[in-house]
Ligand binder design. Structure first.
Ligand code: EPZ
Length: 419
């Protein structure tokens, strides 16, 4: 059994172009949303990552027939005969909770295990539950399961989210497609993946306006129908990860299959850090122009700076010519990556939810451990430009969200292999 390690020799120039896959944080919800209507749905531009396989298992466990093709998945939901998602599946992927809204929307019932906490924080579900209760859902939370029912049926309501939670917005939007009347979600999440999900639901016959703005309106309908074909939006986080690699390794590096508007704030920060950034219709090209400049970053809900690019930008800051401050405002515990990159010589001080980074001239290769999906990818980025060899362990995290990570990095010049 291989030790499942990634070995990177630092120093190669990084340049060329990368085709960006469909967004992990959209496709998982599109797959879950297919539950809302009996029949056959096909989703295209599906990334080849383990989380997608896992969501297939979740749907299969419900009784759906899931067939994967080349970068696409066809789901026949007419054979679903259960509303239960076991702890074994939810524990492996928190995003399984996205079946809650669709199960309630179609069957009026759901029996889904509570996800545990995870490496980046407690990640509660209070906003999902409170919002759905406003629509008339009754919950029993016991023995580690969420049991949902709608004794009085699903009724529209106005829900004000305490925080623009991506998952809560999605579960509410999906359930509300079948609630009698007009549901309004205030302080809704505005991520591009929410817009993609709304577009998909509209193709199913849902009546949704305002997705991408803080106020989403959903007028309930009696029936929804399956979607013959929907192409998943490009993955802005995968794209941002490779753009950082391009600036670190010099570039010019182009990412294709991504809408630059979905990465606005990250591109602004790259320019402030001294990179040259050119945006096309469906591509972005970056290159480094001299020293990396320090920058201050606040992670925030979209269109603020994405928390999922925080670790990757910390690598850039670690090599900047001065002091940067990165504040993590979305998750309460998302700086474990900093401890790992410190082993490579980065000078980072954590003060609450601020990371103060004093740039150094060089990072040195070292054995490091991937703390989570994005931290793992960021450690690989650090290895690309560090002196000598970096060995990254616990790389299962990376497989969850980056397809062909080794192959794509090799193609742009990295000296990288998987043991
Ligand atoms: C989604 O997680 C993404 N995951 C995350 O990406 C991403 O970091 C996050 O949105 C923020 O953009 C998927 O889409 C599968 P939230 P989600 O609900 O929906 C708290 C990655 O690397 N909260 O917006 O779970 C929560 O604890 C992953 O691809 C509550 O307190 O994010 C967190 O601190 C990591 N109660 C904050 O809100 C709730 O009911 C944001 O969570 C819900 C959330």
């Amino acid at each position: 059994m291989s030790k499942d390690l990634i070995v990177v020799q630092g120093g190669n120039p990084i340049k060329g172009s990368v085709d960006i896959a469909g967004a992990k944080n959209s496709v998982l919800k599109l797959m879950a949303a297919s539950i809302l209507a009996p029949g056959k749905t096909t989703i295209k531009n599906v990334p080849i990552i383990s989380d997608v396989t896992l969501m297939g298992e979740v749907l299969d466990n419900l009784g759906a027939k899931v067939k994967f093709g080349k970068r696409q998945v066809t789901i026949d939901t007419s054979t679903i005969d259960s509303v239960e998602t076991p702890y074994e599946l939810v524990a492996r992927m928190r995003a399984s909770i996205a079946v809650l809204g669709p199960l309630i929307g179609r069957f009026g019932r759901a029996h889904v295990a509570m996800p545990g906490g995870c490496q980046i924080g407690s990640r509660k579900l209070d906003m999902h539950i409170a919002g759905l209760e406003s629509l008339g859902v009754v919950f029993e939370v016991e023995h580690g399961f969420i049991d949902a029912s709608i004794p009085g049926g699903l009724k529209a309501a106005t829900v004000i989210l305490e925080f623009p939670s991506v998952g809560a917005t999605e579960n509410l939007m999906m359930a509300a497609t079948k609630a009698k009347g007009k549901t309004i979600i205030e302080n809704a999440a505005r991520e591009p993946e929410i817009v993609d999900l709304a577009n998909y639901l509209i193709k199913m016959g849902a009546k949704i306006t305002g997705a991408g703005s803080p106020t989403i309106e959903i007028v309930g309908v009696k029936e929804l129908k399956p979607v013959s074909s929907h192409t998943t939006v490009g993955d802005r986080i995968e794209a941002g990860t490779y753009l950082v690699a391009g600036v670190l390794g010099g570039g010019p590096l182009t990412v294709k299959g991504i809408n630059p508007q979905n990465l606005e704030m990250a591109l602004i920060k790259l320019k402030l850090m001294g990179a040259s950034v050119e945006a096309g219709d469906e591509s972005i090209t970056v290159s480094r122009k001299g020293k990396i400049k320090p920058v201050d970053i606040q992670t925030l809900p979209h269109p603020g700076f994405p928390t999922d690019l925080q670790a990757q930008f910390m690598v850039l800051s670690a090599l900047a010519d001065g002091r940067s401050v990165i504040s993590e405002n979305v998750f309460e515990n998302r700086f474990m990556f900093a401890d790992e990159i410190a082993r490579m010589g980065a000078e980072i001080r954590i003060d609450g939810h601020h990371a103060i980074i004093d740039g150094v001239k060089k990072l040195s290769g070292a054995p490091v451990k991937s703390p989570d999906l994005r931290g793992g990818a960021a450690l690989v980025l650090a290895g690309l430009v560090a002196d000598g060899e970096t060995v990254i362990s616990s790389i299962k995290h990376i497989d969850r969200g980056y397809e062909y990570f080794i192959e794509k990095l090799t193609k742009i010049g990295a000296d990288i292999k998987r043991l």
